[in-house]
Write a protein that binds this ligand. Structure first.
Ligand SMILES: Cc1ncc(COP(=O)(O)O)c(C=O)c1O
Length: 354
């Protein structure tokens, strides 16, 4: 049996994985925070947790994130879990849920698990088009407006304002907000409007294996979350890890670690010398030369020792994005990324030359 999701393919520099670089995971710092949490909270760190998440983490989050109160916060097992939890509260089976085009492809099965029908939100190269979205009846819109997966781009401020003014419920996946490599990103939709549920995660800033994140929403929705049957039976989500995260945050280890990973991921972004350089997040969205299709390029690229995810994976009907590929610079070292870019350029040239 394997231990981790990642599978190494010998000889291939794989730009397909949106996983952290293993050497950037804070093993020693996390161990120290775990031990501190046990010393500080004793048995309380190991028993059933409070339904919305333990106060030390919820209070730290409210202060750290700065735009949500403890009453607007529910601790989850990550952004994926947050999406799985809120979807049935915002939509009924058969309802239409709009998704940005392109957007995070692994959100599609999470949404479909709730029996909803997915529809592409009209978009251009800058992101969703609010006036067009307004024309389509839907239970809610899901999008990753900040350093998005797969494009790395952020929705411009004027569109953010127009979008929240529509009144359509929005689920904002804000997973990458803190991973910026220059200026801070535009304000969250959550901050601009009332009808927004925001999903946060520690998967990218600390470690995905924590399975820890949060939801910001109106207190009425937070109350509905705390009343879910499994929360009533099992207590707050992932309580002991949440208590360790509270120490990791309060001790200053989080801020220090964030500074380090921002620096390292910026170096990795710069080392991948192909595709536009995003201002944050883990991905770049490469447009292929005219006439080159991602599906044709993929086997050629793998013969050159490099891989990626074809762009069509990020469109709900798979009917678009054939001329794009998503490249992740999160997982490999700067040296490997530079070599991966060289191999990919060679693969593209060989296809264009044909
Ligand atoms: C946009 C987006 N949302 C959610 C996730 C998953 O987050 P978590 O590990 O917190 O479930 C990812 C990971 O790739 C992502 O890119």
């Amino acid at each position: 049996m394997a231990i981790v999701q990642f599978e190494h393919r010998p000889g291939i520099l794989d730009l397909g994985w949106g996983h952290p670089r293993p050497s950037l995971l804070p093993v020693a710092e996390w161990a120290a925070a775990g031990s501190e949490a046990l010393q500080a909270y004793g048995w309380q760190a190991l028993t059933y947790g409070h339904s919305a998440g333990p106060a030390p983490l919820v209070d730290w989050l409210a202060a750290h994130v700065g735009d949500a109160s403890p009453e607007q916060t529910f601790v989850t097992a990550g952004a994926s879990h947050g999406l799985a939890l809120v979807t049935p509260l915002l939509a009924r089976p058969g309802d239409v849920v709009l998704v940005d085009s392109p957007t995070y492809h692994l959100a599609f099965p999470i949404l479909r698990d709730a029996g909803v029908t997915l529809g592409p939100a009209p978009a251009d190269e800058h992101g969703v088009l609010p006036a067009e979205v307004a024309k389509i009846p839907a239970a809610f819109l899901y999008l990753v407006p900040t350093f998005g997966n797969p494009t790395g781009r952020s929705l411009p401020l004027d569109r953010r304002r127009e979008l929240v003014e529509l009144g359509l419920p929005i689920v904002e996946d804000d997973t990458y907000r803190e991973l910026f490599y220059g200026d801070a990103p535009p304000p969250a939709l959550w901050r601009l409007g009332h009808n927004v549920v925001r999903l946060g995660s520690f998967a990218k800033t600390v470690a995905p294996g924590l399975r820890l994140g949060w939801i910001n929403a109106a207190p009425s929705l937070i109350t509905r979350l705390t009343r879910l049957g499994y929360v009533h039976s099992g207590g707050g989500v992932n309580h002991s890890v949440a208590m360790t995260m509270a120490r990791f945050g309060a001790s200053g280890a989080y801020a220090k670690h964030l500074g380090v990973v921002r620096e390292r991921y910026r170096e990795q972004r710069d080392a991948l010398t192909i595709g536009p350089a995003p201002d944050g997040g883990w991905f770049t969205w490469l447009r292929l030369p005219s006439g080159v299709e991602a599906s044709t390029l993929l086997p050629v690229a793998e013969r050159h020792g490099v891989s990626f995810v074809p762009g069509s994976a990020f469109y709900v009907n798979g009917d678009n994005g054939h001329d794009h590929v998503r490249l992740s610079f999160s997982h490999l070292s700067p040296e490997e990324l530079t070599e991966a870019a060289r191999r990919l350029n060679a693969a593209i040239s060989s296809v264009v030359g044909h």
